[in-house]
Ligand binder design. Structure first.
Ligand SMILES: CC(C)(COP(=O)(O)OP(=O)(O)OC[C@H]1O[C@@H](n2cnc3c(N)ncnc32)[C@H](O)[C@@H]1OP(=O)(O)O)[C@@H](O)C(=O)NCCC(=O)NCCS
Length: 189
């Protein structure tokens, strides 16, 4: 795994970095060629009217703002071999001071599931979070029914902290989430 700069990392098969304006075509292609949803957490194609350049640039502005203010990082995940955008990983609601925490999110575009890219991407973003951004703790809140995500979190070393009752309001009700966490001490240096 090599670091290009503070916000970018390459692994064996992937590059994890912020999205840029020049990624527009790649992004449009990615979000117009997704297969049928594979489970309820999966993404589907964006509607055609949201695939234009202006909408993409507006999204980028918001993402850049999150990076500039050190509050929210959303990284694109690119397959090195093809250059394709294959997913996203997020470090959300960064808290500095005595907490040094972020909430981890990840999402692979469904044609790329089942090839170990999830594991590689999360190991990469963990490295960015702990080594480059000097965070101390990452928390992943996962639906108790999201088997694939729980499997992935455990595989990369996240520890189960417990069940957080009625944590998020989703689809009209407060839902429980399983909390998994990793601190820098538990991450191989
Ligand atoms: C969660 C998610 C990223 C997991 O993706 P994934 O492809 O299953 O993740 P992994 O990288 O761990 O891949 C694991 C599979 O690849 C297989 N694999 C194939 N080649 C591999 C390789 N070279 N290296 C490692 N694993 C490989 C593994 O055997 C494993 O198969 P299994 O699931 O049948 O046991 C994906 O399902 C997703 O994006 N879901 C929707 C969004 C979501 O739920 N996000 C999390 C919200 S909390």
């Amino acid at each position: 795994m090599t670091a290009k700069n503070k916000l970018s990392i390459t692994t064996k098969r992937l590059e994890v970095r912020p999205i840029k304006k020049s990624d527009y075509k790649n992004w449009k292609e990615a979000f117009s060629t997704l297969g049928k949803k594979k489970n309820r957490w999966d993404w589907e194609n964006l509607p055609v009217h949201e695939l234009d350049k202006a909408t993409f640039y507006k999204r980028l502005e918001k993402l850049d703002q999150g990076i500039k203010t050190d509050t929210n990082y959303r990284f694109g995940v690119f397959e090195k071999k093809s250059g394709k955008l294959i997913g996203y990983t997020f470090l959300m609601d960064v808290s500095r001071g005595i907490f040094q925490n972020a909430y981890l999110g990840y999402q692979l575009l469904n044609p790329f599931w089942g090839q170990g890219f999830g594991e590689e991407m999360v190991r990469g973003v963990n490295r960015l979070a702990f080594s480059h951004l000097k965070l101390h703790r990452l928390e992943a809140g996962i639906s108790p029914n999201n088997r694939k995500s729980i499997k992935l979190a455990k595989k990369v070393g996240f520890r189960k902290e417990g069940r957080s009752k009625r944590r998020l309001f989703l689809n009209g009700e407060w839902k429980d989430f399983m909390i998994y966490a990793l601190t820098s001490e538990e991450f191989p240096h």
